[in-house]
Design a protein around this ligand. Structure first.
Ligand SMILES: Cc1cc2nc3c(=O)[nH]c(=O)nc-3n(C[C@H](O)[C@H](O)[C@H](O)COP(=O)(O)OP(=O)(O)OC[C@H]3O[C@@H](n4cnc5c(N)ncnc54)[C@H](O)[C@@H]3O)c2cc1C
Length: 291
């Protein structure tokens, strides 16, 4: 397995920002993953695993770590005995396709979540009232010190959160789904995708929701819209005119532009609603945000 140096993370995030990773590798099997972790441990280098970078802001100045993106058999998925077994790097679109072909339902809610199985576990991603904690039977987590299967309870899954820490790699995910005819799955997915298209920016470079929804009658997007922030721009980063809880790369955006916009949005929501919005987007590298 090749380990590259100074790989720009802007090519590995959906928003298209981020500086270089000191080292970058794409392990394609459990054996290669173990080799990569041992390589980093020998050098005292931190390890961070990314999926499709769809909820990620990486520091413009770069990330002093070995960044892993799972590949090969660690990015594949197959249905077996009523279960769906996915590599941590398997895109949700591939998992949905395999589940549908096997007549397994329950994964439809993830049809518009453009991430991977591992990213879904880390974030406990969710939509339309369902989330990963409801479909994950167990996940195989690998570290430099050893590996093992963890249950959703052991992963500490709660609203858009897990207890996983960098250095713990979600290498495999076993989903427990339910028998459902393929045509029903298709109809559910078509309906959810139409809902998504009607309310969110679908053809822009974004990193998904900026903030978690607070415990308040208004969601984060409605609050920021009420603050008049739709269309507000700093550098190349723009609060989506479509949905205020999204930031778009309107051209040449940097991570610093996105962070400045996040701080500004947080300040406005705090002043107007007395609410301390917490960011949902994950941060990689030397980045400090107040919320
Ligand atoms: C247009 C759009 C719509 C979205 N809609 C939704 C939505 O409806 N609901 C929702 O919850 N999210 C949504 N998101 C956000 C995002 O898609 C999810 O959070 C997704 O689960 C992130 O997966 P990823 O593979 O891209 O992870 P990344 O963004 O690459 O990483 C996210 C975090 O997970 C960690 N990670 C990733 N893979 C692994 C692994 N294998 N092992 C260990 N750690 C890992 C990373 O280190 C990072 O901390 C949306 C994003 C976009 C761009």
């Amino acid at each position: 397995m090749k380990i590259d140096e100074h790989v720009p993370l802007s090519s590995h995030t959906t928003v298209g920002t981020g500086g270089p990773a000191l080292a970058f590798a794409r392990p394609a099997s459990l054996a290669e993953l173990e080799q990569a972790l041992a390589w980093a441990a020998e050098r005292g280098l931190a390890v961070a695993t990314i999926g499709l970078g769809s909820n990620l802001l990486a520091a413009d100045e770069g990330v002093a770590a070995l960044v892993l993106r799972l590949d090969g058999e660690l990015a594949a998925a197959e249905a077996r005995d009523g279960l769906l077994l996915a590599g941590g790097g398997a895109p949700n679109a591939v998992c949905l396709h395999r589940a549908r072909a096997a007549g397994l339902g329950g994964f439809e809610f993830a049809c518009a979540i453009p991430g991977t199985a591992g990213g879904g576990v880390w974030m406990n991603a969710g939509a339309y009232g369902s989330d990963w904690s409801e479909i994950v039977a167990r996940a195989f987590v690998v570290t430099a010190e050893g590996s093992g299967w963890l249950t959703p309870q052991e992963l500490g899954l709660s609203y858009r959160h897990s207890e996983l820490r960098h250095g713990q790699v979600v290498a495999l995910v076993e989903y427990r789904l339910a028998a459902r005819p393929e045509r029903e799955i298709k109809a559910i997915v078509a309906d959810l995708q139409a809902q998504r298209k009607a309310t969110q920016p679908t053809n822009k470079r974004t990193f998904g929701s900026v903030f978690k929804n607070p415990d308040h009658e208004l969601g984060a997007g409605a609050m920021l819209e009420a603050c008049g922030l739709k269309g507000h721009r700093i550098g190349g980063a723009l609060i989506s005119p479509r949905h205020a809880n999204f930031i778009e790369n309107a051209g040449g955006a940097t991570t610093a532009d996105c962070l400045a916009l996040i701080e500004e949005a947080r300040r406005c929501a705090g002043e107007r609603f007395g609410v301390d919005l917490r960011h949902e987007v994950e941060l990689l590298g030397p980045i400090v945000l107040t919320g």
